[in-house]
Design a binder for this molecule. Structure first.
Ligand code: ADP
Ligand code: MG
Length: 326
């Protein structure tokens, strides 16, 4: 009898703490977000998901260059005029972005946003732009002309017409922030998936690792790898739709900010890193750096791995990744 009681107690305690994953899909930052949290019931799940949404919305208000009220827009409006005081959070993000520019020899650059849009990837281009116009298109781009003053927390873009934008790291950044917030509130596990830029923590309630699906850029309906991810980020930059072809060379929508020429040769880059912000920035950078330089750089960085698919469908991986080819 005693034994039965004990079993009953253990069983009900187990029920009380039974954790389930709860998921919501929502449009934020102009993209699809899938937020999954592990919680004890749907009510708690909803509370946590709302917290994540509020955090992502708050991030967007700070970094959006479309929102004229954002501090980022304020920086852009004052390019060539004066330094702008910003929140420490935005200051630090810009400082880290400049760090990534240095790490990638300028392949990544938050000031890419001032590039003239001379390449069009909607099928309307019939001739290649002239070498001069390509060169001129990047004349305002250059992270070296972003002046940061930590003491006064100001950001100054030296050249008139310069502009910064977080298109290549914003979603990763927001995913990181939402994860950190939920962890600090005691959420044991979850996934913040910002249209393929994702960060995970903890494990599924059954003790298994979260698995993320990586789609095959040659055939979007096929998943080419299902990978276990624990407490880390994975980001894929794909490029299967937006490109233009001249003389059999496929030019993609990610443009080298140093030369004005679009990246060639790669159609998809997946990067694994402890944080989604870095993974996001590096995925864009590898496109620009190309296979050889990109792979070399990734192989030198601790805890960072990548999978590249080239325009012939070859799969190339960094040194600690092995994919079973089927
Ligand atoms: P997606 O957001 O479509 O997954 P990426 O993360 O690769 O793709 O980001 C592409 C976006 O990054 C572009 O739309 C543009 O806003 C921005 N971008 C393009 N080239 C660069 C670059 N060299 N450095 C920094 N940002 C860039
Ligand atoms: Mg990116």
């Amino acid at each position: 009898m005693k034994k039965l009681l004990l079993i009953l107690i253990i069983f009900s305690v187990g029920l009380l703490y039974a954790q389930e994953p709860y998921k919501r899909t929502i449009k934020l930052m102009g993209s699809r977000f899938d937020i999954t949290v592990v919680a004890k019931d749907p009510v708690e799940g909803d509370v946590y998901i709302d917290m994540a949404i509020n955090e992502i919305t708050r991030n967007e208000k700070l970094i959006s260059s479309w929102d004229t009220n954002s501090q980022t827009s304020e920086i852009n409006r004052n390019a060539g005029l004066r330094p702008v005081k910003v929140d420490a959070e935005l200051f630090d993000l810009i400082q880290r972005a400049i760090g990534i520019s240095k790490l990638t020899d300028g392949a990544f650059d938050v000031s890419y946003a001032s590039m003239d849009k001379i390449w069009k990837f909607d099928g309307s281009m019939t001739v290649m732009p002239s070498a001069d116009s390509i060169k001129a298109s990047v004349s305002k781009v250059g992270f070296q002309n972003i002046v940061l003053d930590k003491e006064s927390s100001t950001v100054f873009l030296k050249l008139k017409g310069m502009k910064i934008g977080f298109g290549a790291i914003g979603k990763g950044y927001a995913a990181d922030r939402a994860k950190e917030l939920l962890k600090s509130k005691g959420v044991v596990a979850g996934i913040i998936n910002a249209s393929g830029d994702m960060n995970t923590w903890g494990k599924q309630p059954d003790g298994k690792e979260w698995k993320v699906a990586i789609t095959n850029p040659m055939d979007k309906n096929k998943v080419f790898a299902l990978l276990p991810i624990t407490n880390g980020a994975v980001v894929t930059s794909g490029n299967y739709e937006k490109y233009v072809t001249f003389n059999d060379i496929r030019y993609t929508h990610i443009i080298d900010p140093r030369s004005g020429y679009p990246a060639t040769g790669i159609i998809s880059v997946t990067v694994f890193a402890p944080k989604a912000e870095l993974a996001d920035a590096l995925a864009t950078s590898v496109f620009v750096m190309g296979i050889e330089v990109g792979l070399n750089r990734i192989n030198q960085l601790p805890k960072i791995e990548c999978i590249i698919i080239d325009d012939r469908g070859n799969i190339i991986t960094s040194k600690n990744i092995e994919i079973e080819k089927s």
